[in-house]
Design a protein around this ligand. Structure first.
Ligand code: DGL
Length: 280
């Protein structure tokens, strides 16, 4: 019998700077179909990837404080940039486990590369932070890492360009030229938007380079952690997805379908002034 404070029935709360984290929600829903998910996309303040670490940290903590009001059993930072800049602050403020994108992605890459070079692509802020380098070093000391910022890819994906669009190919060729030459054993797609360019990146890098989707690695870690703690939702039906956005819910619902791979039937507006007000 489930009691009112049964942790298994609590939602998983997820946030991102905008729409991209819905690619992580897609993986979470695949790994944990029975869970209720509450998602916050901070579309009014996106992109985080070109901002200073201090600003990213402040925004991330405000996003988390809003979500913690829903009494979740787990907080997922579905944004590589926010994970890179703010994971310590988020862990410190959260009474529930925090899953970030960096550590699961780094661990999956170490396994796939098996001692060969690991490539990382991400936003300017993620690459500048060297968070992936630190996580890879902690996981497999002495690993060689090569990181490249790809700032144009976020707006290109948000504009709806597909993996076979000539503009995508051109921009990717330019960013990945050096990476192609260095032939890493694994390449971490260290940004929420890049899984939508999976086919184009795989084609450019060739079959010997294993692509790592950090969102998928994080979803697996979330599943394992909830299972180990006996906190999986026991229901056999599908969980609900409820979204909040800090700007333009209509646009969020239309574009979000492409990122999340499903219709978004519950999208509500929450103002950044309410986030900045902190927990109440
Ligand atoms: N969600 C961000 C990430 O994964 C990309 C978008 C942004 O720059 O805010 O790094």
């Amino acid at each position: 019998m489930a009691s009112n404070d049964d942790r298994r029935l609590r939602p998983i709360c997820v946030f991102d700077s905008g729409l991209g984290g819905l690619t992580v929600v897609r993986e979470l829903a695949g790994a944990l179909p029975g869970e209720d998910i509450i998602y916050l996309g901070d579309t009014a303040r996106v992109p985080y990837g070109i901002k200073s670490p201090e600003t990213i940290r402040r925004f991330a903590c405000e996003d988390a404080a809003f979500l913690l009001r829903f009494n979740p059993k787990m907080l997922v930072v579905a944004c590589n940039t926010a994970s890179a800049a703010a994971v310590d602050a988020l862990v410190a403020m959260s009474p529930v486990p925090v899953i970030d994108m960096i550590r699961p992605g780094a661990a999956a890459a170490c396994e796939a590369a098996n001692g060969s070079l690991i490539g990382v692509v991400g936003t300017e802020a993620t690459v500048r932070s060297k968070a992936y380098e630190r996580a890879i070093e902690a996981c497999r000391p002495g690993s060689r890492v090569c990181s490249v910022p790809c700032p144009l890819l976020v707006p290109i994906v948000e504009e709806g360009r597909d993996a076979d669009d000539p503009i995508v190919t051109h921009v990717l060729c330019d960013y990945l030229r050096d990476m192609q030459r260095r032939r890493p054993g694994a390449l971490i797609l260290g940004c929420t938007h890049y899984p939508l360019l999976w086919d184009a990146i795989a084609k450019l890098m060739g079959p010997d380079v294993r692509l790592i989707n950090s969102g998928l690695a994080a979803a697996r870690q979330a599943q394992q952690m909830l299972d180990a703690q006996g906190e999986l939702n026991p229901r056999s039906s599908l969980g609900a997805l409820r979204c909040f956005t800090t700007d333009n819910p209509e646009r969020f619902a239309v574009l979000g379908k492409r990122f999340g791979g499903r219709d978004l039937t519950s999208v509500a507006y929450v103002g950044t002034d309410e986030l900045e007000g902190g927990p109440r």
